[in-house]
Design a protein around this ligand. Structure first.
Ligand SMILES: [Zn+2]
Length: 270
């Protein structure tokens, strides 16, 4: 789904550049070399903007934390789009059983729907991050609305748990020039991830385990989902089924687990 949107926007942008180049050529008094330079400049600018929006790690619209030190024998498990019951509680059960601390990026609306799960996550030592109010497409929103998405979610998490988030992850990792500033203004560091395994596509628990363990590296920030957008009760059973094997596999490969803020602190030491 996400790839399709990125692909469609990219094709549209490039398609728009074609006629624009034609118009420049038809009406311009510039020589062919200068026209070619104009077109090349437009395409380069377009590519830069598209990269800034869709490439979660790109610093085009501000720096972002997305991986820990490669030499560290540690990884971060992060769960987006919750709370979403009963799956968030099942994830918390597993993390407790294996004594793992993780980071949950919560959606404000979902916190209002499932405050108990958010409270439990905080009480059991997990880190809570801000994932926006309604999982909207931030690059299409105004600076004021982006700020509202972040502040409302911080307030919802505070009200439910007493904990104030210090991390913000944009939905889909998509940003525009105002996202980083809005996050920082609300006291949150903008963060992304190292390894996404597309678990919301529900490829089967075995495949989720395989993709995760195959992609693991020192300092990896792993993106998993205990929910799907604002869909309350979205089926995340495959992730629940995969999680014990992911934890055991990562430990067998010599990794221990850090919350995302702990990972960022390690990165700051280097
Ligand atoms: Zn999300």
């Amino acid at each position: 789904m996400k790839l399709k949107i990125i692909f469609a926007v990219t094709i549209l942008a490039l398609a728009a550049a074609g006629p624009a180049a034609g118009l420049i050529a038809a009406f311009s008094t510039l020589g062919p070399a200068r026209i070619a330079a104009c077109v090349a400049g437009m395409l380069a600018l377009e590519a830069l903007i598209l990269t800034g929006i869709f490439e979660r790690r790109a610093p085009v619209f501000g720096r972002i934390f997305w991986r820990g030190p490669a030499g560290l024998r540690a990884v971060s498990l992060t769960f987006d789009d919750g709370p979403n019951e009963p799956y968030t509680s099942r994830v918390l059960d597993i993390l407790k059983e294996f004594d793992v601390r993780a980071t949950f990026f919560l959606i404000g609306q979902n916190v209002e729907a499932f405050p108990d799960a958010a409270r439990r996550a905080a009480a059991e030592g997990h880190e809570l991050g801000n994932h926006g109010w309604d999982h909207g497409v931030l690059p299409l929103e105004t600076p004021a609305r982006i700020r509202d998405q972040i502040v409302r979610t911080n307030d919802a998490i505070m009200n439910a748990t007493g904990a104030r988030p210090v991390l913000f992850r944009a939905s889909h990792g998509w940003r525009n020039p105002w996202v980083n500033g809005a996050a920082k203004g609300a006291g949150c560091r903008p963060v992304a991830w190292t390894l996404g395994v597309w678990d919301t596509d529900r490829p089967g628990a075995r495949e989720i385990v395989r993709r995760t363990l195959r992609g693991l590296g020192g300092g990896s920030v792993i993106l998993l989902h205990d929910g799907r957008g604002t869909e309350h009760g979205a089926d995340s059973s495959q992730l629940v089924e995969a999680l014990p094997e992911i934890i055991e596999g990562a430990r067998a490969a010599g990794y221990h687990f850090l919350t995302l803020s702990e990972m960022a602190k390690e990165a700051g030491r280097k």
